[in-house]
Design a protein around this ligand. Structure first.
Ligand code: 3HC
Length: 702
């Protein structure tokens, strides 16, 4: 027997259809088929005067089943169901709780009346998956709320509250919690008795065609360059323009063409991969419940420490900041306060929210004050001796069962863990700067880390609204280890003839938020310089070493904060190309006997990406990452890799692994040590497989 995912119950003359497809009532093929059949059957059912559609569980519907997207489009698709509902001769009321997203909202737009719980949220987030709303949303939403509002919702994908939805005319009524379905039944009875059908296709918010077209153009003009290079936003604009100009049916035809184009685009593949990869990464890799965390101590009030404190306060934790003296503590508290002031200014928080967060915040210079903390996150200076001294104090004062975490970005967490008597309580929690904004959290499991400590790292990430990725211990874990290698590839390109400006331009054109040299100027050259000096003694004497960054640092050109780096920052802004830098590069080339050659934008991208993919494959070989998609998540969320390309390993799969390997072998003719192909890459090419094959295997932490 076919599974029932839409149940129907007749209450008097009202047919209540409940979508029941846990966890989020995604509109799978089965849901669409059963919903369509039930609404059609009700047409000829004399006992039915009207229909209520609602969702079981935690939401109305999160839209299309994302896992099904990309396969053959099967009838009835969401738009057909929405049209069946809209053309029903008996009134249809939807009762919305939780979320009405994407196709879920499009179904609701087909109905004749929308009633919602106050906490519900509404969005057409298809653009985030590289799609346009393909279930009639581009036509019905503007008719209901106007072109400007509709196009803004569709281009951003952001959700709005029930209150805002009511204000713009997207929903008709807000019900008290608990009475939603009863209110919907009452409404449908009234409409049936009065013979009222309020079809969205007849709504008039687009009646001023010229004004509607102008609104679409205004939103389009404000979009930044990168969004304009994506397929979906342009097709959304086309479809809404068509809504303003044409009949519903003609507009739906434009929507269908745009949807098909988006579906065929590699951007859609990349974005859906990124969505699913994040969901996969979020699952704890161990079968153990986490420990209970209420109070957290953060050691260090610098940029990182204060960002971590702000993130914890925002998530509702009690937080104690520890600093070595009163002056440093005051400076750390000031940084936290500045973060919250900026949040108020940007409208992300209000005064009351900030006051409430700061009431849970305290500071101390005395270790004994953190004795009762459930979790301690050390965010002090990146020096093993400093870390060990702090951990020895933590070992002395912290209560049994407290988790001792380090925010180190590359130091050996095994060594830190081995320096205390409770190694199993030690873990790495690598935040990215600014820690209250960046979504990525590398959860670094040391050899001795207990499973429940790892699970706590994952639970903490969720509470902080971050995406955790499990990483093993090595220099730089997942992200910074790969960063080191692709930065090297960029340095080699620079010494061999490409200017830093050409390299940045090529990679920004590819879609990176920022090229590597702009990024270096932003983060500050001094940190990398110190790391290179620290590693100098152990550097492979056969490995190529480019001295240009050192030459800039020797002049104090540490980037933006110094007013000079690879770029000049004479005035606030993006930075200007600097002829002096080009001269220094030329001098370094001469000293090393390098004859500069030209590199096309494509070759710059090929080398940079090949370095990234090769190192990522080595990381998988070494067991540092659990699966390829975790590396994609790391690079997208932490290193500005364009989300619509899915991440470096999705990109590699789409380009074809044989081509990537061929590039690596070509580059290796000049530098076989740097361009040594990863064994995993060789294996996958030999077997005719791709990285996605490895994502499909269920993985647990050993
Ligand atoms: N399809 C399939 N699975 C979905 C899904 C969807 N639309 N939305 C969520 N899920 C899955 C998640 O992958 C996760 O599965 P897992 O436990 O196996 O990893 C599970 O549901 C729970 O999701 P979350 O962990 O994200 O739960 P939250 O409560 O934190 O968030 C949510 C719920 C707000 C619904 C969030 O998951 C979300 O934003 N989902 C995406 C919604 C979306 O983009 N919809 C548009 C689809 S495209 C469309 O409708 C096309 C149409 O125009 C034709």
């Amino acid at each position: 027997m076919r599974d029932e995912v839409v149940s129907s119950v007749l209450d008097g003359e009202v047919l209540v259809l409940t979508i029941n497809n846990p966890p989020v009532n995604a509109l799978s093929n089965a849901v669409r088929t059963q919903l369509q059949a039930a609404v059609l059957a009700a047409r000829s059912e004399h006992a039915v005067a009207g229909i209520v559609i609602t969702g079981a569980g935690k939401c109305f519907s999160a839209g299309a089943d994302i896992r099904e997207l990309g396969g053959e489009r099967t009838h009835p698709w969401t738009g057909e169901v929405a049209t069946t509902i809209e053309t029903s001769t008996k009134p249809v009321v939807v009762a919305i709780h939780g979320h009405a997203l994407g196709g879920g909202l499009e179904i609701a737009l087909g109905a004749h009346y929308r009633i919602t719980e106050p906490s519900a949220r509404f969005a057409l987030p298809e653009v985030r998956l590289g799609l346009l709303p393909g279930g009639g949303g581009t036509q019905r939403l503007p008719r209901l709320v106007g072109a400007g509002q509709a196009v803004r919702m569709m281009m951003s994908g952001d959700s709005i509250s029930a209150g805002d939805a009511a204000e713009i005319g997207l929903v008709d009524a807000i019900s008290d919690k608990g009475t939603l379905v009863d209110r919907a039944k009452e409404q449908v009875r009234k409409m049936a008795a009065a013979g009222i059908l309020r079809r969205t296709c007849d709504a008039t918010a687009l009646s001023d065609t010229a004004a509607s077209l102008k609104q679409v153009d205004e939103v389009w003009k404000k979009l930044e360059g990168k969004a304009k290079r994506q397929v979906a936003p342009a097709r959304i604009a086309d479809a809404v323009r068509a809504a303003a100009l044409h009949s519903l049916d003609d507009g739906l035809a434009v929507e269908a063409v745009g949807f098909a184009e988006c579906m065929a685009s590699p951007q859609r593949q990349g974005l859906i991969h990124a969505f699913l990869a994040e969901k996969r990464a979020t699952h704890s890799p161990v079968n153990a419940p986490g420990r209970d965390i209420r109070s957290v101590a953060v050691i260090g009030g610098g940029t990182m420490g204060s960002g971590i404190v702000a993130a914890l306060l925002n998530a509702g934790f009690e937080v104690m900041m520890m600093e070595r003296d009163e002056t440093s503590l005051a400076a750390g508290k000031e940084r936290v306060s500045a973060i919250f002031q900026r949040s108020i200014k940007s409208g992300r928080l209000d005064e009351t929210g900030v006051a409430c967060a700061l009431r849970r915040f305290a500071g101390s210079t005395c270790y004994s004050d953190i004795a009762t903390a459930d979790l301690v996150i050390e965010a002090a200076f990146e020096d093993m001796n400093v870390k060990k001294a702090i951990f020895s104090e933590l070992d002395r004062v912290c209560k049994q069962g407290a988790i001792l975490a380090t925010n180190t970005s590359y130091l050996d967490v095994n060594e830190i863990a081995a320096s205390v008597c409770r190694s199993s309580d030690v873990i790495g929690l690598h935040f990215f700067s600014p820690a209250h904004v960046m979504k990525l959290l590398e959860v670094v499991a040391a050899e001795a880390t207990a499973p429940d400590v790892i699970a706590t790292g994952f639970e903490l990430a969720k509470k902080l609204g971050k995406t955790p990725v499990l990483a093993g211990v090595c220099d730089g874990f997942i992200g910074n280890r790969i960063l080191y290698v692709f930065r090297e590839a960029a340095n080699f390109l620079m010494e061999d003839g490409a200017s830093p400006y050409e390299i940045d331009e090529a990679l920004e054109e590819f879609g990176f938020a920022m090229g590597p040299f702009r990024t270096a100027d932003l983060t500050g050259g001094d940190i990398g310089w110190a790391t290179r000096q620290r590693k100098a003694a152990n550097r492979d004497p056969h490995a190529r070493y480019v001295r240009i960054a050192d030459a800039l640092c020797e002049r104090g050109w540490f980037g933006q904060k110094a007013g000079r780096g690879y770029y000049r920052y004479d005035e606030p802004g993006r930075g200007l190309c600097d002829p002096d830098v080009l001269e220094i590069i030329e001098r370094e080339r001469k000293e090393r006997g390098v004859r500069a050659r030209r590199f096309s934008g494509q070759e710059i991208v090929d080398r940079y990406l090949a370095a990234m993919v090769n190192e990522a494959a080595k990381i998988l070989d070494d067991g540092i990452a659990l699966r390829p998609s975790d590396i994609d998540v790391t690079m997208v969320l932490g290193y500005g890799f364009p989300r619509w390309k899915g991440g470096p390993l999705k990109y590699a799969d789409m380009e074809g692994l044989p081509g990537i390997l061929k590039n690596i072998r070509t580059f290796a003719t000049d530098d076989p040590l740097f361009w040594k192909p990863a064994p995993l890459l060789l294996f996958l090419v030999e077997e005719g497989k791709c990285f996605e094959d490895l994502n499909r295997k269920e993985k647990k932490h050993a």
